[in-house]
Design a protein around this ligand. Structure first.
Ligand code: FDP
Length: 334
């Protein structure tokens, strides 16, 4: 049997903190709170198809999308546990029109952006789900949105929770990516440290039903993914789960590429469906720290500065070789 060091998330974070004598412990506390939110959400999800907690709430979000009851629940869990202790000044979520400014504003050193439930269409069918988060240091109180609307490179940590056969939390911080798995004792234990994404991989994830609305470069690229390599006679395999977190988690460990490109299906949303602050920036940081890449097709996702807190951008994320190749196709060199 493989020997696994039983290192808890807290122990791991405290060890990492020791390498930074100037650290106050607030980031460790904040990451622990996010992990706590994940445990609470996972507990609710486990029995939601029995308890009647699935299905739509009476509300819609800012994008006009009907909110699931569990979207609303998960958003409230985050707000409840980010509120206390004066650590977080602003929390911005895909499910709220405006960021929530906590009352102790002026003392909280961090801003948190999050997507409480990613892959909502999987809620009713017990499919894979996730929660995505990005953490920035708060800028001066006088500044627009306290520094929330900045480049993804300003994130000091980011990551996601995955609710699958096991609940896992993936944290990218200090140039490193680590995965922790929730066990029956209610603790997250380190399962992989220093995660490196393979430089190329054989899986691709995209909603091909949108093909008619794609740019020519995207269409030709996906054709290339499906074309067998003359040496191996193998093409890339389609792996699309309708959960960005679920697809990304596979790609992080086995390589490949996920795309939600710009498409012309909705003139109000030419940059595709995904939101810069809540989905694209955090996962781009995880990808980059693991040696992968995230591109819009015209530049690095981490360099995108969102115009508002619900801005969108195209996302092509995964193994470096596959993302480089996408950029080449978009530049007409594919
Ligand atoms: P969802 O809206 O269901 O939360 O984050 C958005 C997202 O899911 C991704 O998780 C997923 O990959 C994608 O949208 C699914 O969108 P399509 O239904 O358009 O394929």
């Amino acid at each position: 049997m493989k020997h696994v060091d039983q290192v808890t998330l807290t122990e791991y974070l405290l060890e990492r903190q020791r390498a930074h004598p100037e650290a106050t412990g607030e980031l460790t506390e904040l990451l622990n709170r996010i992990a706590l939110c994940g445990k609470i959400i996972a507990r609710k999800l486990r029995r939601s198809t029995l308890t009647g907690d699935t299905g739509y709430a009476a509300t819609s979000n800012v994008y006009g999308e009907k909110q699931e009851k569990l979207d609303v629940f998960a958003n409230e869990v985050f707000l409840r546990h980010l509120r206390y202790g004066g650590i977080v000044s602003i929390a911005a979520s895909e499910e709220m029109d405006e960021p929530k400014m906590f009352e102790h504003d002026g003392t909280g050193h961090y801003t948190v952006s999050f997507d409480p439930i990613d892959g909502s269409s999987n809620l009713d069918v017990n499919g894979t789900l996730g929660t995505i988060f990005g953490i920035r240091r708060r800028k001066g109180a006088g500044e627009r949105d306290h520094g929330l609307l900045t480049s993804g490179r300003d994130q000091i940590a980011a990551g996601y929770l995955l609710y699958g056969p096991a609940t896992e939390i993936v944290i990218a911080a200090g140039g490193r990516v680590a995965i922790f798995t929730l066990d029956d004792a209610g603790e997250f234990f380190l399962s992989k440290d220093g995660v490196k994404m393979p430089v190329s991989g054989k899986a691709y994830a995209v909603n091909e039903g949108n093909q008619a609305f794609w740019k020519d470069g995207t269409r030709r690229y996906v054709e290339w993914l499906k074309t067998p390599d003359p040496k191996t006679r193998k093409a890339h395999a389609t792996r699309y789960s309708a959960s960005l977190v679920g697809d990304f988690h596979r790609i992080l460990q086995q390589g490949g590429v996920y795309l939600y490109p710009e498409d012309s299906s909705d003139p109000k949303r030419p940059d595709g469906k995904l939101r810069v602050l809540y989905e694209c920036h955090p996962l781009a940081l995880v990808a980059e720290f693991a040696g992968g890449r995230a591109s819009t097709g015209a530049g690095e996702v981490l360099d995108v500065v969102p115009g508002d807190n619900h801005a969108h951008c195209p996302l092509v994320i995964g193994s470096k070789d596959e993302v480089d190749r996408y950029d080449a196709f978009m530049a007409g060199k594919g």
